[in-house]
Ligand binder design. Structure first.
Ligand code: GLY
Ligand code: MN
Ligand code: MN
Length: 466
């Protein structure tokens, strides 16, 4: 592996060669993977951090802006592979440091130096041929692909990439364990930092500080909120009040690009109220049942339905729902409280391969169920060893749901609306608990995020200790 800090490759060089060779066997036309470039708001030389496109990284593209990787059909991973490397600008050494030496770049990704070429090299090599592309969604990259007449890869071409990327190898797992561990430490730090009188922003800052010190980035904008019922709510405007729940949904991206995604919810004061504790325990039971069910051969949609069944049981126990849990599940009564899916793929992105839409998340022939709640499930494949997914059930009191006659009237006979209204008036918020896992064997998955406790007493014990 390379020792230049600008080339934090997750795998040994030869692994990238194998991945390219495997992809090339079923290629019918050249494939161009674009790295993309750093987004800037106005002044291009003050950009945000550059993060190369995930498919480009997977096949051994080094993290170099405006680079691209060409793979010819039938390539052995080296012959017929070209790494397009834009020339260094005259002032680059002054402003951004010495350019990477060709040998360093080539060695890191198992290509001969002769396989490196400037952008004109790609124009010459394609020579008017139609190529398939995976185009990072940045203006300069889109323009370049259009100039080259590169077409977006079709479904069959993408499915071949998806099939490879779905199953994580040992190197990817090492990177994912690191991303989970760094995020785990950051979560524990954030919990320890939480107490009444602090602000959401203080807790978010504590989380980010730990990531920075481990040279990791956030894998998405952290959600740190006392309004956990806003499922992906951003901004940290609130001060933490005694009695409130704080939801922290945040993950790390390690330098090679692999992500973790972890959620914990806990009382700001370290003390659960009775109803908070009851509903938390239900979410944790759902999490544990769904996590244990993630074994090879299991349909992920059934994992979702199992998690929802446990939520129904718990909602009956606290008299928020009334009836038989199986009937409630069949009528989707849980969606009033648990309106999202149980999780998604994770890997080189927190939502791995969601740039391919449902082609990655849904097995061929499967489509999303159309109804409220169920339609938000992002994954419906049969699980296989090596797949990494999240498991993230929740219970929320969402005012907009309870204001909707369309959603609530058909279920009015099974809902204890008086109790719902009490919780809404108290601004209960929401509870979500999320693991990042790797599917292993029939004994159950590897829980990459297990260092952050989920048991209600253990979680409360982590709060306010800093
Ligand atoms: N944080 C985004 C998610 O959990 O899916
Ligand atoms: Mn999350
Ligand atoms: Mn998630």
């Amino acid at each position: 592996m390379s020792h230049d800090h600008r080339l934090p490759m997750a795998a040994p060089a030869g692994v990238y060669c194998e991945r390219r060779a495997k992809r090339a066997t079923s290629l019918g036309r050249p494939l161009v993977l674009f790295a993309g470039h750093a987004p800037a708001r106005n002044y291009p030389t003050n950009p945000h951090r550059f993060r190369a496109n995930s498919s480009y990284l997977y096949y051994g593209g080094p993290p170099v802006e405006n680079a691209a990787l060409l793979i010819e059909p039938g390539s052995d991973g080296q012959t017929g592979v070209t790494l397009i490397r834009p020339p260094a600008g005259p002032d680059d050494a002054l402003w951004i440091g010495e350019p990477l030496a060709d040998e360093t770049l080539a060695n890191a990704v198992d290509l001969p130096v002769a396989s490196l070429a400037p952008p004109e090299g790609l124009t010459k090599l394609l020579n008017g041929r139609k190529a398939a592309g995976v185009v990072a969604p940045y203006p300069g990259t889109i323009r370049w692909a259009q100039q080259l007449s590169v077409e977006p890869a079709n479904d069959d071409e993408l499915l071949a990439i998806i099939a490879q990327r779905l199953i994580k190898d040992e190197y990817e797992l090492v990177a994912m364990r690191r991303a989970a561990k760094v995020a785990g430490v950051a979560h524990l730090t954030a919990m320890a930092f939480t107490r009444p009188g602090k602000r959401e922003a203080d807790v978010a800052g504590a989380f980010r500080m730990m990531l920075e010190s481990e040279q990791c980035d956030v894998s998405f904008t952290p959600i740190v909120t006392v309004r956990g019922e806003v499922l992906h709510g951003h901004g940290h405007p609130n001060t933490l009040q005694d009695g409130a729940l704080l939801l922290v949904d945040a993950g790390a991206e390690e330098p090679g690009g692999y992500a973790s995604d972890i959620t914990r919810t806990f009382p700001v004061s370290g003390q659960w109220s009775e109803i908070q504790r009851q509903l938390y325990d239900t979410v944790e039971r759902s999490l544990n049942a769904a996590t244990a069910a993630c074994v090879p051969g299991k349909r992920y949609r059934d994992v979702h339905d199992l998690s929802a069944r446990v939520i129904c049981e718990g909602l009956v126990e606290v008299d928020l729902l009334r009836g038989d849990p199986d009937d409630l599940l069949a009528r989707r009564a849980h969606t009033l409280f648990y309106p999202h899916g149980v999780g998604h793929l994770i890997g080189l992105d927190a939502h791995d391969m969601e740039d391919f839409g449902d082609l990655a998340g849904y097995a061929p022939g499967r489509t999303r169920r159309p109804e409220f709640g169920n339609k938000y499930l992002r994954l419906d494949r049969d699980l296989e060893a090596g797949m990494c997914v999240t498991v993230e059930p929740g219970i929320y009191l969402v005012p907009a749901i309870w204001e909707s006659k369309e959603l609530t009237e058909p279920l009015a006979d099974v809902v204890n609306r008086d109790k719902v209204d009490v919780l809404l008036r108290a601004r209960f918020g929401g509870i979500r608990v999320e693991h990042t896992i790797c599917v292993r064997d029939a004994n159950g998955p590897e829980v990459l995020s297990e260092m952050v406790p989920t048991n209600a007493d253990d979680v409360a014990g982590c709060v306010g200790k800093a």
